[in-house]
Write a protein that binds this ligand. Sequence first.
Ligand code: GUN
Length: 299
Amino acid sequence: MADAKIIDGKAFAEGLRNKVAQEVARLKDAHEHVPGLAVVLIGEDPASQVYVRNKGKQTIDAGMNSFEHKLSDEITNDELLTLIHGLNKDDKVNGILVQLPLPDHIDEARVLAAIDPAKDVDGFHVINVGKLATGDSSAMVPCTPLGCLMMLKDTLGDLTGKTALVLGRSNIVGKPMAQLLLGEHCTVTIAHSRTKDLPDVCRNADILIAAVGRPHMVKGDWIKPGAVVVDVGINRIDAPEKGEGKTRLVGDVDFDAASQVASAITPVPGGVGPMTIACLLRNTLVATCLQNDLDIPEI
Ligand code: GUN
């Protein structure tokens, strides 16, 4: 197989953000609604701080209101729940996102359950998980798998009948990804660290989604020739070739080897990563329309 097509998530995300911005402008003109997204960040985790800063900037660039709540990791469960109840009631807030992971003393399940499902732009509330599983089109769909699906459909068109392998079973990516692919009529397998004969299982897949968080775990000879590979992993590894103490980001897939076998592949960085925030903006727009009984734009 010749070199795979590189799926440009950065360009795709920019296109999606532009479409969201156009719809936001239309919403303002026609209905005087400005969608608002509240992001709650607890503690000082540097990676989470970068994500939240980027979310805030891109929300404003799309013409939406951004409300940031940066809290000390001393906050109690009750204080956090009080904040969420306030955001649920606030008409200016259409979307609520609590950045994960949370500190150990915070009860994640209780916090996610406290978010109004209509404002749950992450799609983590059990109501939205259930809606996605039952094919209810009003589900808020988790952003990272939604971004993966958009790129897959753009690359392959109709996914009906394709064999899809989702490597990873997290609530944030693996499980919702499998539901989305089922909804597209794929034959879906979920594999994980304890799957037997994993390379063979992977070799059967027309579509391979890697979301395990292990650098370069998926080797070139695990991939079916001509498969489409979507790499969700963002792993920081040492890069002595760049100089002492330097690091670089790599995915869960051995990109150089895989791109000799696959027909198309997402790079890391610049693949799935930029799509997550673009889909968050899309979900905030969709949530605003649903809350106000307005038509949902086709994006
Ligand atoms: N942490 C890593 N990814 C995500 C995400 O998609 N949403 C939230 N809330 N936290 C995250």
